[in-house]
Design a protein around this ligand. Structure first.
Ligand code: GTP
Ligand code: MG
Length: 195
């Protein structure tokens, strides 16, 4: 699946702009700056496919990438703090929620969580929305290259405890570093086995 072509399809600013729901879809959600766009680039081996930057609020549209003809990878705007005007942020947050709760072909939402910080209140709000919408979500820890083993284990415990009450949570965690290519094969295999 990941050996084939990957193409940018479109950036969407309203539900009416979504591409036809005619293939399997996975999305990457998470707080601003957690590493969503970087992970999509790392997964696809394309350095600048999705635009990443150190400025929180880099991704402001819902960006669709086609993986061959069978899958969409969807890069979402971040939630939480973003370095953009409030009215703009509110608009894309509303779209994000509509998308997460109303996309028929969305098979799994990967909720990215910084391996240094664990799950925050804003993450829990998104997880509750996914519960209510019956969208299975899976936590992906990011930036593991920035943490030592002891801190990582402490965060893993926190994440497991926070996930336990969420009915839509898929229990297996995936630890990743886009920088060091950790966990990419696991994530690719997870996406490839979804039906
Ligand atoms: P928004 O679009 O603003 O919501 O951000 P995002 O979640 O798409 O984050 P993005 O991929 O733009 O990355 C944010 C910053 O984190 C960039 O400076 C990246 O280089 C850095 N970053 C992302 N992944 C990793 C990683 O695995 N390790 C390290 N060390 N840095 C990373
Ligand atoms: Mg981004």
């Amino acid at each position: 699946l990941f050996a084939g072509p990957v193409d940018f399809v479109k950036g969407v600013v309203a539900m009416s702009g979504l591409p036809p729901a005619d293939r399997l879809e996975v999305c990457f959600a998470g707080r601003s700056n957690v590493g969503k766009s970087s992970l999509i680039n790392a997964l696809t081996g394309r350095k600048a496919l999705a635009r990443a930057s150190n400025t929180p609020g880099r991704t402001q549209e819902i960006n669709f990438f086609a993986l061959g003809e069978s899958h969409y990878l969807v890069d979402l705007p971040g939630y939480g703090y973003a370095n953009a005007p409030l009215a703009v942020v509110q608009k894309w947050q509303a779209l994000l929620k509509q998308y997460l709760s109303g996309r028929q072909t969305l098979r799994r939402a990967f909720v990215l969580v910084d391996a240094r910080h664990g799950i925050k209140t804003v993450d829990e709000e998104i997880m509750s929305l996914l519960d209510a919408s019956a969208v299975t979500f899976q936590c992906v820890l990011t930036k593991t290259d920035k943490i030592n083993a002891a801190d990582r284990d402490r965060v893993l415990d926190q994440v497991r405890a926070k996930l336990a009450p969420h009915p839509a949570a898929y229990p297996e965690l995936i630890l990743t570093s886009s920088e060091k290519s950790e966990g990419l094969a696991t994530l690719r295999a997870t996406i490839a086995t979804l039906e």
